[in-house]
Design a protein around this ligand. Sequence first.
Ligand code: ES4
Ligand code: ZN
Length: 320
Amino acid sequence: MTARPKAELHVHLEGTLEPEDMVRFAARNGVELPWQGPEELRAAYSFTGLENFLSVYFQGCQVLCIREDFRELTVAYLQRAAGQGVRRAEMLFGPQAFLDRGIAIGDQIGGIVDGIDEARETHGIDGALLVSAHRHRSEDDALELLELVRPWRDRVVGVGLGGAERGNPPSKFARYFDAARADGYRTTCHAGEEGPAAYVAAALDECHVERIDHGYAAATNPDLVARLADDQVTLTMCPLSNLRLHVTDDLTTYPVKRLLDAGVPVTVNSDDPAYFGGYVNENYAAVTDALGLTEAEVKTLVRNSFSGSFAHPDELRGAL
Ligand code: ES4
Ligand code: ZN
C-alpha cells in the first residue's frame, strides 16, 4: 500500500499538526497549552464525539500564529503524504478560527501556498487548498470568508463546510455554496458524519455540492445509496476518524464495502490524522483488514480517489 499512488481528498490541514510540532510552535510563539508535552497531549486524544474533538482541536490551532507556521505545517503534511504514495492532496483549511485571533488571511493562505509550492518542488506532490467554513457559525460569516479569500481565488481550488454538524444542516449554507459556485470554486460539504442521511440529501438538493465529506449515514438509506451511485457522487470516508469519534464502534460493518458493491464512488481518507491515529495508508489498512477487501476493491478505492479529485483532467492523465 505504501507505494500505491493515490489521492487524498479529505484532510484538514490543522488536523495534521502532530503533538511534537504543537509543543514546538507553542514554545516559539509563547502560547500556553493546557498539556505539558506530546505524551500528555496524546493521552488527551480520547474523544466522546465530534464537538468534544473540535474543542481540543481548536485549542491546538492556537499555536499556529505566523505565516511560517502555516508553511511548515503544510510542508510537513505533504512530505508525509508523499511518503505514503499520495500524488494529489486536497487539503481543507478553516481560516475563521485564525481570523478571530487577528491573524491576517494573507499570512494564513500565503504560508500554505508557499508550503504547497515547496512540496511540489521537493517531493513532487500536487497539493491543493480548499477553504472550509464553520457550520456552527452564521452563513453571513461564511459569505464574508469568501470575500476575504477572493484575492487568492487562483490558489484555492474549492470550498467546503465543516464544524459541529448536529443542528447545523447544509440548508443553512445554500447561499454560501451558490456564491462559491458563482466565483468558480469546486464544492464539497461534510454531511452524514454525526448528522442523518437527510443532511446528505440536503447537501446535494439544496447546496448542489459535488462531493460529500464522510456520508457515513447515507448507507442507512437504500434510495440515497442508489442515487449516489446513479449520479456518481464521491464520498470521502474516514474510517479511523469515525472510530475515534464514535460514529461507528466496529469497522467490520463499515459501509465502504457495501457502498462499493452498490457502485458508489467511495474513497478512503484521514480527516485529522494527527488526532485520530493514522494517515491515509493506516486508514486503508484498517478497512482492508476489517472488511477483508480484495485487491480489486482496493484498486477501485484508489481509482475513485483520482476520479473524485478536483484536479484538472489533464493533470490526471495516467492515473485513471
Ligand atoms: C471539522 Cl471544521 C473541522 N475541522 C476538522 N475536522 C472536522 N470534522 C468536522 N469538522
Ligand atoms: Zn473532515
